[in-house]
Design a protein around this ligand. Structure first.
Ligand code: FMN
Length: 218
């Protein structure tokens, strides 16, 4: 039973582009068959707490004797990690906020990036290696390769480092640029480019959902 873990983090309940694109992936995943299930976690409407203690950055056997953790905080971390490990594919809506990611998504990362559990530290433990992750990054301006903004895209760089390098996941980025073209007067001439970027992203997730869901060869 192929399972999708679908995370959203946009704070926009009305016009979120990342939510539009992740919903499209999720719908395409569901449409493959009734056995294709989805767990949806809305990190904005049901936010996780900040990591309450640095002790939770470490697997229990790597904590020092004086690093005491709250049982309910540890139970939440275990739940999040098990949810991630048991998913076949992870879908993440990651709007660009201040050239980086929303704090709600960062809180999730802080809970699941754990040396000794999800990251090899004193052994080869690496349960997420090769697991596909689809990251939809929506951003108001243009950060496409070769654009003036490209070097300021710290969202993609951070997620590539954490999900791809540290956790070893197989990360597919689906960017949508210029989402504010219809709202910011100076970007108005770029509305056609904005629409084209969204169309490309929607086509990309249709294709990825079918491939990662096993309905098309990868
Ligand atoms: C708090 C906040 C910070 C933002 N920072 C940036 C930014 O640094 N660069 C940018 O191009 N757009 C920025 N934007 C615009 C969003 O990236 C853009 O609206 C995007 O579409 C948000 O994703 P969503 O449509 O899924 O909500 C920001 C928006 C908000 C609400």
């Amino acid at each position: 039973m192929p399972q999708l873990l679908h995370l959203d983090s946009s704070a926009d309940p009305l016009r979120s582009v990342s939510r539009q694109v992740t919903a499209r992936f999720s719908d395409a995943w569901h449409a493959i068959g009734t056995d294709h299930s989805v767990i949806h976690r809305d990190l904005h409407s049901s936010p996780l707490p900040h990591l309450p203690t640095s002790a939770l950055h470490w697997a229990p056997h790597l904590r020092s004797a004086d690093e005491i953790v709250d049982a309910s905080a540890e139970a939440l971390q275990v739940e999040l990690i098990e949810e991630l490990i048991s998913a076949d594919v992870v879908l993440i809506g990651a709007p660009m906020y201040n050239w980086s990611i929303p704090s709600t998504l960062k809180a999730w990362i802080d809970h699941v990036h754990v040396p000794g559990i999800t990251v090899p530290f004193d052994s080869d433990t690496a349960p997420l290696v090769g697991k596909p992750a689809v990251v939809v990054t929506s951003r108001g301006n243009d950060y496409s390769p070769g654009s003036d903004g490209a070097s300021a895209d710290h969202a993609t760089a951070q997620l590539r480092q954490v999900l791809g390098v540290a956790l070893g996941m197989d990360v597919h980025f689906v960017p949508v640029d210029l989402t504010l073209a219809g709202r910011v007067p100076a970007l108005e001439p770029l509305v056609p480019q904005s629409r084209a970027s969204l169309r490309t992203a929607l086509t990309a997730v249709d294709d990825l959902a079918l491939k990662l869901g096993g309905a098309l060869p990868r």
